[in-house]
Design a protein around this ligand. Structure first.
Ligand SMILES: [Zn+2]
Length: 488
């Protein structure tokens, strides 16, 4: 990036350290950029490379593409390539930085490191660096330059102009933070119209690296509105704007830890709870076992995805048609983790609430048969159960229907056998429904049996039979195969 007032000549100039190499190609790039509408002072040739947007290197192919492109959108942008989640710590080697440049480099690194991003940032020497960017002082240049990510890694160099020595530490911090922004994939916020921050200039175009809008960022670039604007002012603070923070959060927010699979509950409202199963590193399945306002057991489910700071997804209610199930979205579910505490947020129709949750440990020791996971009848999808095995204690929450309404029943067996007969209980709850308050209690009624014949280890399928009856319904299935859906 370059200061607004700086005007550069195109061609062999003091800023052009060498025309050698591929002069014809360089000239074509410059010609293409001029034809694409870039004023001469937006194009710079340094060390045989052509820069547009003053600090983004342009290849010949990219310059050719610009001639055929039309861009008219106005938001904050990132490149097609980003750094991968395997990069957990970016280090910056600024060993030649002294005085204000060294101070500014420390401040720029701090700008990133203090954010809850998927990577930390530190100055070398440091331990555990996933990647190291070399910071280089470029004599005579008033601004900086860098490149964009490739192969999941940041660009390896930021060039910081020695001519910035006449500016404040804050301005130098701004330029360094800006160039680091490019190395992790941020494009200029006003890339579509550089005159917003530079006073003159055109559209940088795709530049061969993509210009993808970042959701949640402002819809128009403004002077001083982003640290990633093309040109800087002498009054820059060196700090991210709210739009910059939204962009970084969207691209690189640290994902929340994944809650352990198994039963979760709020001890203060025991009697209802969640069953959590792992589907992927960033996706979990949640079954919520709770009650209606009348105290009747009801279950909901949700597929939650890891997003910035929380797990989030729609809350689904299932209905039974008599032979299959249909889903409808009835709310949202979120799970957060902060300072060692998990919290569960729900919205259900017009109601909402939240409560602390913790893992429910109910057994221990060695396990003969591990049934942990979701199971279903492959011949009749739409109902099933979640099993939790701890030691040789097995808990089954059966998710079936009372007419068309979802209802759950619970059975517990403590046995080292691989053939288990669960005595099922129909549980009603007082003041345990979502949004209910007051003293809570539960009441259980015997509701028949559910039998499985598995095998030692972690069976993938089991012969099963259900002889279950409860107020308002039955769930009798004399013989079927129960198939594992998740886990163990
Ligand atoms: Zn830039």
């Amino acid at each position: 990036m370059f200061v607004k007032s700086l005007v550069l000549a195109v061609g062999c100039s003091a800023l052009m350290f060498g025309c050698a190499g591929q002069p014809d190609e360089t000239q074509e790039i410059v010609d293409n950029l001029a034809e694409a509408g870039f004023p001469a002072d937006d194009i710079m040739v340094v060390d045989g490379k052509v820069y547009v947007g003053r600090d983004a290197e342009v290849s010949l192919a990219a310059s050719r593409e610009m001639l055929a492109r039309d861009h008219s959108t106005e938001e904050q942008y990132h490149t097609t390539n980003l750094i991968s989640s395997a990069v957990t710590k970016i280090c910056i080697n600024g060993s030649t930085f002294t005085g204000n440049f060294s101070t500014a480099l420390d401040l720029a690194i701090q700008n990133y490191d203090e954010l809850p991003l998927s990577f930390a940032m530190a100055r070398t020497p440091s331990t555990g660096c996933s990647f190291t960017i070399n910071a280089v002082i470029q004599p005579g240049v008033v601004g900086g330059s860098a490149g964009f990510p490739s192969g999941g890694l940041p660009y390896g160099t930021i060039n910081i102009g020695g001519g910035l020595s006449s500016y404040s530490v804050d301005v130098i911090e701004h330029v360094i933070t800006h160039e680091i922004g490019h190395t992790i994939g941020l494009r200029h916020t006003d890339y579509y119209n550089r005159s917003i921050s530079c006073g003159s200039g055109g559209n940088e175009g795709d530049a061969g690296v993509g210009a993808i809008h970042i959701p949640g960022t402002p819809t128009t670039a403004t002077v001083g509105g982003s640290l990633m604007n093309s040109c800087f002012r002498s009054v820059e603070t060196g700090e991210f704007t709210s739009g910059d923070l939204s962009a970084l959060t969207y691209l690189y927010a640290a994902l929340p830890p994944r809650p352990d699979k198994g039963p979760w509950y709020n001890p203060a409202r025991s009697g209802n709870g969640l069953d959590i199963q792992h589907l992927a590193s960033d996706q979990i399945h949640v079954t919520w076992y709770t009650y209606t306002a009348a105290g009747v057991p009801i279950w909901y489910q949700a597929y939650l995805v890891a997003e910035a700071g929380e797990w989030r997804g729609d809350l689904l209610q299932t209905s039974w048609t008599g032979s299959s199930a249909t889903f409808s979205v009835v709310g949202t579910l979120r799970i957060t983790y902060s300072s060692g505490l998990w919290r569960f947020y729900w919205k259900l129709g017009s109601l909402s609430g939240n409560e602390p949750i913790q893992f429910l440990a109910f057994g221990g020791g060695s396990t003969v048969m591990n049934l942990n996971g979701l199971w279903y009848n492959g011949a009749e999808p739409g109902w099933g159960g979640s099993f939790n095995t701890q030691g040789n204690t097995h808990v089954l929450n059966l998710t079936v229907y009372q007419g068309s309404n979802p209802v759950w029943l619970q059975g517990v067996v403590n046995s080292a056998s691989t053939s288990l007969v669960f005595p099922m209980t129909y549980v009603t709850g007082t003041n345990l429904c979502p949004g209910c308050t007051g003293p809570t209690s539960t009441s259980g009624t015997a509701a028949g049996t559910f039998t499985v014949n598995g095998s030692a280890g972690t069976p993938g399928g089991m012969a099963a039979s259900s002889a279950v009856s409860f107020p308002g319904g039955t769930w009798n299935r004399p013989s079927f195969t129960l198939n594992r859906l998740t886990g163990p």
